[in-house]
Design a binder for this molecule. Structure first.
Ligand SMILES: [Mn+2]
Length: 317
């Protein structure tokens, strides 16, 4: 067994109370990892107590037992806090992880810094859920339909339905182990991918306002006023609409800028170039071809677009 997995398992065995954390504004992998690991550990260590914390995960309501709980401050020093799917400390949903008795992380973003005492960061995995499934199988932990469904959901969503190039033969072997537990994939995909007519109209609206830089980077700029009028939340616009620019012929980099109270959320995507260093330059991070940052101003958004143009130019020279 992977020696870090052994350390992680020893840490889990030595704590009676375990708090599971993930990044704020959770996506399918963050919620899948948090819920899936909780169910996995509950099945295998029924004598321990498990808690989940973080901001609302409302859009994953359909997933049993996936909503965060109110946990008192006093519980943290007596608990192991497991941090899931967080590339950097700023992304962790509940700050109180810093007061935890011990910390463990499982993550698959490009490594930026050590966060936890036992820090498992492996960007060869398409998803944190894939990494956790590998951990479970390597350690001989028993899977169940309860743990398999959320873990499978994270693998499906973070791999773009097994399409992104982070999808490997190992991804499919691990997904197969989860499917063997018996997952109602029809119901899962309806919950994840069925759109209301209103959502389809929203996508059409954003598609209609795609712009291009001189170098051919596609982008959207979404103002706070616009978002208010559309009655959409920030996540639906920022993470939700970046995809309207995917798969456009001739476009290999696209960016979505969304005005938020905290600044301008920038979401960067690419079909083949590594754009993550540009996100890092502006204080963000993520994956090589899917990353983001929170910018101070629209001027910074324009500077970022210039950097993306320069990257494209370098590449095509
Ligand atoms: Mn992830």
């Amino acid at each position: 067994m992977h020696s870090l997995y052994q350390l992680a398992l020893a840490l889990i065995r030595s704590w009676d109370s375990i708090i599971l954390q993930r990044h704020a504004m959770p996506d399918g992998d963050a919620i899948g990892a948090q819920t899936g690991l909780k169910e996995l550990l509950r099945d295998n260590f029924p004598e321990k107590r498990f808690f989940t914390v973080g901001d609302s995960a409302a859009r994953f309501d359909f997933l049993p037992d996936s909503q965060p709980e109110d946990v008192p401050d006093s519980l943290f020093p007596q608990s192991l806090c497991i941090i899931l799917d967080c590339g950097g400390p700023a992304l962790i949903a509940d700050e109180r992880w810093r007061t935890a008795g011990a910390t463990l992380r499982f993550d698959h973003h490009l490594f930026q810094e050590t966060i936890a005492q036992v820090d498992i960061s492996d960007s060869s995995f398409e998803s944190t859920c894939g990494l956790l499934t590998d951990f479970a199988l390597s350690c001989g932990l028993a899977l169940s339909p309860r743990s398999a469904l959320p873990l499978y959901m994270g693998m499906v969503t973070d791999s773009g339905r097994f399409r992104y190039d982070a999808t490997t033969p190992r991804t499919l072997r691990l997904a197969a182990a989860l499917l063997e537990q018996g997952i109602d994939t029809n119901s899962l995909y309806r919950n994840l991918y069925a759109n209301s007519l209103e959502q389809v109209k929203q996508r059409a609206y954003f598609t209609g306002k795609i712009q291009f830089t001189p170098g051919g980077v596609a982008y959207l700029k979404n103002s706070a006023e616009e978002i208010r009028q559309l009655e959409m939340d920030l996540f639906e616009v920022s993470r939700g609409m970046v995809g309207v620019m995917a798969d456009l012929k001739g476009v290999d980099i696209w960016a979505n800028f969304t005005e938020a109270p905290a600044g301008i959320y920038a979401e960067l995507r690419s079909s083949d170039l590594t754009v993550q260093p540009i996100a890092v330059k502006y204080g963000g991070g993520g994956h090589a071809k899917a990353c983001g940052a929170t910018l101070k101003s629209w001027e910074e958004a324009d500077a970022m677009l210039k950097d993306l143009d320069a990257l494209k130019e370098q590449h095509h020279e």
